[in-house]
Ligand binder design. Sequence first.
Ligand SMILES: [Mg+2]
Length: 412
Amino acid sequence: MIAHLDADAFFASVEQAADPRLRGRPVAVGSARRGIIASASYEARRFGIHTPMPSARALRLCPSLLLLPGDYEKYERFSRFIFSYPMDVTPFVEISGIDEGYYDLGSDEKGARQQAEVVAKISTAISQRLKISVSQGVATNKLTAQIASKLNKPCGFTVVPPGCEQKFLSPLDISWLPGVGPTLATTLARGGLRRIGQVAAMPEVVLRRVAGGLAPSLIQYATGIDFRPVVPQQDAGAAKSYGAQETFDTDTADEEELRAALRRLVDDAVRRMRAEGHSARTLSVTIRYSDMKEAIRTYSFDEPLDLPEDFYPRAWELLRNAWERRVRLRMIRARLSTIYNSPALPPLLEKERHMKLEALNNAVEAVRARHGRAALIRGHDLHATRGGIQNLPPPKRHQTAASVWREDGSKK
Ligand SMILES: [Mg+2]
């Protein structure tokens, strides 16, 4: 059985756990720079406070709200404490974000009941010792366990017995299925598909007309089948990350070339992270010299970010700092870590710039998802380097990017 653990109102809970005076009171964690609520305690939610909401509005709704600045290092520390509990019972722990993760207790179906008891004990231990409430779901696969953990929050505990996956999923909204975003959900709803059970009953050829290549996996998930394994990390410190690297055909010391390559790597890592709706607080850049020696520099931002433009300047600074010897470089790597399960908060101050960049990135991703990476090229991709544009795959279809842009942009 696989368990999915998901902490409830995580940042606010950590603040309440760390300071008993905050317990039982409406608490929210907001970003000073961004003026947005990042997390609200359940006491605060009773006043209608939710995330992301402007902090000023939250204070109007609840004048006694205790609004705290985010302390992400503290949250990461508590995250490590939380995952140390499942790590006590199995080495197969996959931390998918700061407050979410899976762990695999093995496939002994006769022992399913005992395994559920182990999971329940972990919830109790975390709540008693860390004063953090978590919700957990237990099932034979990741998708079912994840949904089960999120259905009855806070302090939820839902077990889906082996063989009952499809029955459990059937009445739920299709937006629970991986790959079903707001756009696809609307399209499917227009065709009368609102429940997971309806997707399961669909002939694949019919579903293909609306969901395209996603159809087979949607049907599989909808019937309660999910073969994705739990991928363990060695320890909580080495949790999920998104990285990309480029090895140069010829070792280089050309700053223009390196800067362009680094941006492409950041783009690539950020694209995969955004596709999963995540953000990251830590950026590392590794360089490998022509003599194979490596150097790495790491930086943690004040809060999690999710736009490539947020990372470019710091990435270059890290590369410059790492590059201490006057030796050519063979390989560079960019890596995003300390992953948070939600997108970055939109900043209130630079809202307009952020929204433009957000729209730009979504459009670029949509075009590339449909027509391949080379269908749309950013300035730094054009820097025709040895490892650069000629290595990109050709566009899948002969169609100008501009027409696709309009088509996708108008849907948003
Ligand atoms: Mg959570």
